[in-house]
Design a protein around this ligand. Structure first.
Ligand SMILES: [Fe+2]
Length: 456
């Protein structure tokens, strides 16, 4: 076991604070640049543990109310993953209460001796507060190490499942994971080196025959407030006999061989995003009996590539140029969301008492104050003489260019509260107020800024 990373004073007399850049540098040193498994003791405070438990319950609540399992939400009873129908009838009805802890909630929902595991992928989507807090923790690491090309995501593990129902497995290449342990029970992780494990077992994946292999594993035990880090190239399995909660944060490097398929997926999303679907028309069937077939096909081609214009990408560019554009937009988009793989739920889709929030009810007056949400920054890219793309929390928005837009973004990115009146005042007289308000409203809807209503 390694000694605690967090020390009030190091040998040089420097006081370290958890999650600051010195802390991360030490982490990189001890993990030998993400390559070694590591336990770091006593990183979280009691207040942080409580807060993360609360956000975990909020994320559950969001998933239950929306009945949304599209982001790979799973419930195992024993070792069996349950169907959507089962979740609807037996789990989603048990909304966590205000004063619940994950432990008290689970006691209410599951029978005493029942072994269960909840695995909630893309949890950053369902608790933006948790995502924002972890982005603060990770901001210095991102400054030092950059944003990994496959982004960052959160998976929450809840349960008393004993050995993880997935069996002994390895994660995808490049997926480095940091696990924040909330307890209350301890967890043990077992690691096997890739080659040794494959030799021993003849390469069995998701191996549930765990016990005979334990003697050959490296064992890492950790408790509430501790952190466990593991590189991707370990076979592993976790064990928590009693109820525990773990927040795992995935820092996903992209292998070279996955780069092109990944960019093509991003290209497809950018061009044929959901919002564009309604505008897509069918291309006329190709007439083979037409004498002037080449003329006909040319017309169809024009019709087809008109679809590309939706994505502001010039279809006459070479493939390489298009992919470069897609790559650039993908990276800017990821950086506007501090690396998170999913965009937050927009405010007009937030659940409020009595249904969904309504952006029509939101007004911006001069006395109101807006502020960027630290550490997120709004990014932009000038795309042509008269066009600009804004990147807000991972969303790309194409707008007509006014030089004033850049001034607005730069002022907002100072992350100081500023009154709506003052912000709009500072802008050029030619800037129509409605346009300014429209853009602020869009930033607010996408969770790029906060809004504090001023005195009337
Ligand atoms: Fe895993």
């Amino acid at each position: 076991m390694l000694k605690p990373l967090y020390e009030k004073e190091d040998s040089l007399g420097t006081v370290h604070k958890n999650w600051d850049s010195e802390w991360w540098k030490k982490f990189l040193e001890l993990s030998e640049d993400f390559t070694k498994t590591l336990v770091i003791r006593n990183v979280l405070t009691d207040a942080e543990v409580n807060q993360f438990n609360r956000w975990t319950l909020n994320a559950l609540r969001e998933v239950f109310l929306r009945q949304n399992t599209n982001y790979d939400f799973r419930l195992y009873i024993g070792s069996i993953s349950q169907s959507f129908q089962y979740l609807k009838e037996n789990l989603f009805i048990h909304l966590p209460k205000e004063d619940d802890t994950p432990h008290s909630w689970a006691e209410r929902v599951f029978c005493n001796d029942e072994k269960f595991a909840i695995i909630m992928n893309s949890s950053e989507k369902f608790s933006d507060e948790m995502a924002t807090k972890i982005s603060e923790y990770y901001a210095p690491l991102i400054e030092i190490a950059g944003i990994p090309l496959r982004g960052i995501n959160i998976t929450i593990f809840i349960g008393n499942y004993g050995f993880t129902p997935l069996g002994i497995h390895k994660d995808h290449p490049g997926e480095h994971v940091m696990h924040l342990h909330l307890g209350p029970a301890n967890k043990i992780m077992y690691n096997w080196d890739l080659d040794e494990y494959e030799k021993m077992t003849n390469n069995v994946q998701n191996n549930k025959n765990v016990t005979p292999l334990l003697a050959f594993a490296d064992k890492y035990e950790f408790g509430t407030k501790d952190i466990y880090y593991m590189p991707w190239n370990k076979y592993h399995i976790g064990n928590t006999e009693e109820m525990s909660v773990g927040i795992s944060i995935w820092f996903n490097h992209l292998p070279y061989r996955k780069l092109l398929p990944h960019m093509l997926r991003s290209f497809r999303r950018q061009i044929f995003s959901e919002s564009n679907q309604s505008k897509i028309e069918f291309i006329s069937p190709f007439l083979i009996n037409n004498d002037d077939a080449s003329n006909n096909s040319r017309k169809q081609f024009e019709q087809m590539i008109a679809l590309f214009d939706e994505g502001m990408i010039n279809p006459y560019n070479s493939f390489g140029t298009i992919i470069r554009e897609v790559y650039e937009d993908y990276c800017i988009s990821l950086s506007s969301n501090q690396g998170w793989n999913t965009v937050p739920i927009s405010r007009d889709k937030d659940l409020v008492e009595g249904g969904q929030a309504n952006m029509e009810d939101v007004h911006f007056s001069d006395d109101d104050e807006i502020c960027a949400i630290k550490p997120f920054k709004i990014k932009y890219k000038k795309t042509g003489q008269n066009t600009i793309s804004l990147f807000i929390r991972g969303n790309k928005i194409d707008l007509k260019f006014h030089p004033e837009i850049i001034k607005v973004i730069e002022t907002i990115n100072l992350s100081e509260p500023i009154s709506v009146g003052e912000l709009l005042e500072r802008l050029n007289q030619s800037w129509p107020r409605e346009v300014g308000v429209y853009i602020l409203k869009m930033m607010y809807n996408l969770k790029g800024i906060t809004l504090n209503k001023g005195e009337k």
